[in-house]
Design a protein around this ligand. Structure first.
Ligand code: BTN
Length: 254
């Protein structure tokens, strides 16, 4: 791995990417160290079009109250602010996963899986995670990507993978520079394009899994996924549609 590109070079490069693409992103804030880019965005009264990037994020948050490990200088932590009313939650969720997957596929030169609803995985190990929250009239899309880590906290050592471990020796700034336009492009896809882009990367269809959906748990074989609507699951009690916005995977059995 070459020397990391210094933080001093990040703002100008990312501003150039934004200027070259003339899309959703308007301003970028590069933070040397922050607890969570999601919380930094709230504290800084994010407006649609703002992007918050951390050189180091120390207390990242994940979905379902989970934590996202300290990025150190090895991971990307970024939050994008969009107008909440402009996209439904399922569209934000699917478009974020598709956009991030496409950016990382370009850099890694290989396909990347999406596990419901929007974890990015390779061979069952997590490469990136996405957290979407609302703050006033903006939705905050938080994306964490494992880039150059080769050592992991013990609790995630068997479940995490980085771009470096996949053989892609890329700088975090190059990951961000690819992610900005890729996320913008995915947020401009129509429903059919999003469904197709999701389906070709989806790892859950055909598998048996346990889900939490609303206030209940459901187990069964996934027979269909419409990422904008939900999952059709064949349970002992018959087929059930589990609503996209309410459903998360507890465990996959096979
Ligand atoms: C998950 O897999 O549960 C979602 C993880 C999301 C982590 C990212 S890192 C950038 C942004 N800031 C946070 O505190 N969380 C998200």
């Amino acid at each position: 791995m070459n020397e990391p590109i210094p933080i001093e070079d990040w703002p100008a490069r990312l501003e150039r990417v934004i200027a070259d693409h003339d899309g959703l992103w308007k301003r970028v804030f590069v933070l040397r160290e922050t607890d969570s880019t999601q919380d930094a965005a709230r504290r800084m009264n994010a407006v649609a079009g703002d992007v918050f990037v951390a050189w180091r994020q120390t207390s990242g948050r994940g979905r379902m109250g989970r934590v996202w490990a300290d990025t150190g200088e090895g991971g990307v932590a970024v939050t994008f602010a969009v107008t909440a009313g402009a996209f439904s939650l399922p569209v934000l969720s699917v478009a974020s996963a598709v956009g991030a997957a496409r950016a990382l596929e370009q850099l890694a030169g290989r396909s990347i899986d999406i596990k419901w609803p929007n974890d990015l995985e390779v061979d069952g190990k997590k490469l990136a995670g996405i957290l979407i929250e609302q703050s006033g009239d903006v939705a905050l899309i938080g994306i964490g990507i494992n880039v150059s880590q080769r050592e992991w906290p013990q609790d995630i050592a068997n479940r995490a993978v980085s771009m470096a471990e996949l053989g892609a020796s890329v700088d975090r700034l190059d990951v961000l520079a690819a992610l900005l336009p890729a996320l913008d492009a995915a947020l401009h896809m129509d429903a059919e394009q999003l469904k197709g882009a999701y389906a070709m990367r989806d790892v859950l269809r055909g598998k048996s899994a346990a889900f939490s959906t609303g206030d209940r748990e459901v187990s069964g074989r996934v027979t269909e996924i419409d990422p904008l609507r939900g999952l059709l699951v064949r349970t002992a009690a018959g087929d059930q549609w589990l609503e996209a916005a309410l459903t998360t995977v507890i465990a996959i059995s096979r």
